[in-house]
Design a protein around this ligand. Structure first.
Ligand code: ZN
Length: 241
């Protein structure tokens, strides 16, 4: 790396793993650096934001963003995907069926200006690789990540990204909006609350006690935080153990 994460406004989470908190909705975008490859996790809320993310990621890695994982079909996580048309794009199975108009309308309700939302919806890029269960992605240089479809929960199509620890670094789990730190987890009309606690149980099984959990919105948390949020969601939605 020629520049540091911090110099570009990113947070280094572990060796070769970082994230930035995007303006507006405080949405996380993650980056995992491989050998001659790089995986971005989520693409930002507009074409322009996707382009900015791509430029920053490529400055950090000195190479191209070769892979993009989309954690779920919400505008603030996917509207920048068209800026990564050359990358291999992954998402949970079925996320390609969510109508672009639905995302556009939700974006406008969420405060994105109408022209920006319409532009992003018009060129919306769908994942070419649809994950049901688990998918191991080899980024080279001994760097493998696991994409796991743990939903439905926050949406019908929730994907998490697990990055095993390397050279003394902790494991990192990109949780999408299954976990939020900066506020209550958002459960919209497309959420499946009855399954949400089970999805977090699965997330904790995969990540374990010592992993760093990166929420879709907010600061990095630990397993105890995720477990507490799981219990709060179970109580909120009346889901028994
Ligand atoms: Zn969301």
């Amino acid at each position: 790396m020629t520049v540091t994460w911090e110099e570009l406004g990113w947070e280094r989470v572990a060796a070769g793993v970082g994230r930035c908190r995007l303006p507006g909705w405080d949405c996380t975008a993650g980056l995992v650096v491989g050998a001659g490859s790089a995986l971005l996790v989520d693409a930002g809320s507009s074409l322009a934001e996707g382009s900015r993310l791509r430029a920053l990621a490529e400055e950090l890695t000195g190479g191209r963003v070769t892979h993009l994982a989309l954690t779920h079909p919400h505008f603030d996580h996917v509207f920048g995907a068209a800026a990564f048309a050359g990358a291999e794009i992954f998402g949970a199975v079925g996320m390609d069926t969510v109508p672009a108009e639905e995302l556009r309308a939700d974006a406008v309700r969420g405060g994105l200006d109408e022209a920006t939302a319409t532009e992003a919806a018009d060129v919306l890029v769908r994942p070419r690789h649809l994950v049901c269960g688990e998918w191991t992605l080899d980024l080279g240089g001994g760097r493998q990540v696991l994409l796991a479809n743990v939903g439905p929960a926050h949406t019908a199509h929730d994907l998490v990204v697990l990055v095993p620890g390397a050279s003394g670094s902790p494991e990192v789990v990109f949780c999408g909006d299954l976990v939020e730190e900066s506020g209550e987890p958002q459960a919209g009309p497309d959420a499946v609350p009855s399954h949400w606690p089970a999805a977090l149980d699965r997330l904790l099984d995969l990540g374990g006690e010592d992993a760093l959990y990166v929420p879709g919105h907010g600061a990095v948390v630990d397993a105890a935080f995720v477990r507490a949020q799981r219990d709060a969601l179970a109580a909120r939605f009346g889901v028994s153990r």
